[in-house]
Structure formats: structure tokens, C-alpha cells
Write a protein that binds this ligand. Sequence first.
Ligand SMILES: [Zn+2]
Length: 130
Amino acid sequence: MFSHIGKKIKVLAWCIFVLIVIAGVVLGAILSNEENEILPFFILSFCGVILGWFNSFLLYSYGELVDCNQKQVQQNAQMIALLSKAAPSPAGAENATQAASTVWFCTACGTRHTDSSLSQCLQCGETRGV
Ligand SMILES: [Zn+2]
């Protein structure tokens, strides 16, 4: 329901934009029918596009931020997981093997955990991978 929320926010921004443009065109058509003039139709249609655009780009940019942040978090978790496997601890081989057995990183949010008995991430609740 709330997964990929950034993409959903962007789709919502598009839907709101389209609805405002349609509302402007319909309102313009009704007014120009009553007044028997074509000018209100063009003015309200134009205002609908401008208003819809201004109204949507804040929401769309927020969705873009959320989307990028989610990708960043996943990439960071992957990098941390790779680094924790590849790089030995500078404190010595004994510490490195001990650290490798107790320290683990969440694959979803990248949080470092030192308790090896945990089966879930304390930060986000993601189930611990092997
Ligand atoms: Zn987590």
C-alpha cells in the first residue's frame, strides 16, 4: 500500500494536474455558453493549465525526492553490505572475525547492528538476511 510511495505521489500530482485542467476547460465552456462569447473559454482553459501546473509541481517534486531517497537508501545498504564483506577490520584478524560474526547491516535501510541475535532490523523492521 505504501511501498514505492514516491512513484504514487508523482502519479497523484499528474492526476491533480489533469483534473484542474479539465475543470478549467469545463468551467470555461459553461461560462462561454452563458455569455455567448469564446473569450472566457480560452482564459479559463489557460488559467486551468497554469494553476494545475503550479499546484502539481510541488507535489511532483516531493514525490521525486522520496523516490530518489529510497533508491539512495537501497544503494547505501548494498554498498555497506559489500564493504563489510570485503574490507577486513584494521584492528586485526581476530577482531575482524569477531566483528564479522556479530555486526550486520540491514539490507533495506543500512542500519548497523551489533547484536547478532536480532532477526529483524530495529530501525525499519526488515527481516535480517543471511
Ligand atoms: Zn532496516
